[in-house]
Design a protein around this ligand. Structure first.
Ligand code: AMP
Ligand code: MG
Length: 316
């Protein structure tokens, strides 16, 4: 795959670029797009060849299944079995940063590599206007993992995508920086009446538990099944020290609040802002001449649970 493309070409996500992206996607090529979480590398989910191009561009292991993006609940229901709880979650949080893992319908036209052979499928209806326009223009469900080399820091700008996937794909739609900046929360809704958060994210476990109520049992200790939960992920390629009080010699410090550091994730100690700037900070630290990275302590509540989850994996 490497060397096949000269680009990618980065184009502002205007109407002409969106039409060109839809044309390429329908023809089976991958295209990188902004979403409200991170930039995604999209391809039509019904085409084995198009899906293979995502795995090849990212260097992603084939056992790691992809999230399929849909225009709305009606399209989602053609692919997966929704029960009342799944409809309730979709009703409350779609379009938005919640991915639902649900039983795959036998009739769903989805390339087998998308689900890595699992009997379930991960579905999300995104809120970003560019991603929504592309979904509408193609009329297709689009598989889209984060638009970076597998295992590396996720992209929250078109420039991050172009740097990570240089020579590996053709077109990036530039929609500016991602507003949320962290990957979606993943929740499995199971046929036995239970549910499980597989990946923490912008929508908190407490929000899910409150919506589903005590009659739907939460599982907190089941086996890992989302490879995004593997210990090492989001790697900046340098040693990373957590909960730093100040920078040691040779460290690039990602600060928070009054601990400014070299790149302050949020001068006002706002966790949503820190989430939105986290990957930009890690990209900046990775690009600096300093050989190591340190990160200030961040609170664990709200967005903090997902931020600390990503930082722990980046530090392995
Ligand atoms: P990414 O798109 O790179 O943010 O990663 C997608 C995440 O969704 C990975 O952690 C996958 O393991 C997870 N995922 C996708 N499909 C499924 C599924 N059917 N069951 C459980 N996890 C899934
Ligand atoms: Mg990813």
């Amino acid at each position: 795959m490497s060397g096949k493309y000269l680009g990618p070409v980065v184009r502002p996500a205007d109407a002409a670029a969106i039409a060109e992206a839809a044309r390429l996607l329908i023809a089976g090529a991958p295209v990188a797009l902004p979403t409200e979480t991170v930039y995604g590398l999209a391809a039509r989910a019904d085409s084995p060849g198009a899906v293979a191009a995502i795995y090849a561009a990212k260097g992603r292991p084939s056992f790691n299944p992809l999230i399929v993006h849909v225009a709305d609940l009606a399209q989602a229901e053609t692919l997966a079995q929704f029960d009342e709880r799944a409809r309730k979650l979709a009703g409350a949080f779609w379009p938005g940063a919640l991915t639902l893992v649900l039983p795959l319908k036998d009739s769903a036209r989805i390339a087998a590599a998308v689900t890595a052979g699992l009997p379930t499928i991960a579905l999300r209806c995104p809120a970003h206007p560019v991603m929504r326009a592309v979904l509408a223009a193609t009329g297709l469900p689009l598989a889209a993992p984060s638009a970076n080399r597998s295992g590396a820091v996720s992209p929250t700008s078109a420039a991050h995508v172009a740097a990570s996937l240089a020579g590996r794909m053709g077109l990036v739609l530039d929609g500016g920086p991602c507003a949320t900046g962290l990957e979606s929360t993943i929740v499995a809704v199971r046929g036995d009446g239970s549910w499980q958060q597989l990946r923490p994210g912008p929508i908190t476990q407490a929000q899910i538990a409150e919506l589903l109520g005590p009659e739907s049992r939460a599982q907190f200790d089941a086996a890992i099944e989302a490879p995004g939960q593997l210990a090492s992920h989001y790697s900046p390629g340098k040693p990373l020290r957590l909960n730093a009080g100040k920078a040691k010699a040779g460290e690039f410090l990602l600060g928070f609040g009054s601990l400014a550091g070299d790149f302050n994730l949020s001068p006002s100690a706002d966790l949503a802002e820190a989430a939105a700037r986290l990957y930009a900070g890690l990209h900046c630290a990775a690009a600096s001449a300093l050989p190591c990275i340190a990160v200030a302590a961040l609170p664990c509540e709200g967005f903090g649970a997902a931020i600390n989850d990503r930082l722990r994996r980046a530090a392995v």
